[in-house]
Design a protein around this ligand. Sequence first.
Ligand SMILES: [Zn+2]
Length: 113
Amino acid sequence: MHELAVTEYVFNLVKKQAEANNVKKVDKIHLLIGDQCDYVPEIIEEYLQVMSENTPLEGVKVDATVKDSTVECKDCGATFTRHEFKDRCPKCASLNLRLNRCTDFIVQSIEAE
Ligand SMILES: [Zn+2]
């Protein structure tokens, strides 16, 4: 259920933007989510429906793009996506790797009337 906290974050951010720009209705929110974050966009949308009653976000849709998370080699400093390696650094063959967890959760854009 960790989507609730992130949905509150999105809701407050978008609501503030909508108010600042005199937006009457927000149609769609585009999110960029790292694949390690493990957020389910459908659940975020469901929470948003509940939270947004009587706000400009009422009935808002969520459009999510899932981004490959990155792996960093602690020996040579190279970063690459999870799909670019099997079990070792593609550059120096080190096994000393760090998976960057859930660093990406971004509200990319908002569609509004
Ligand atoms: Zn390396």
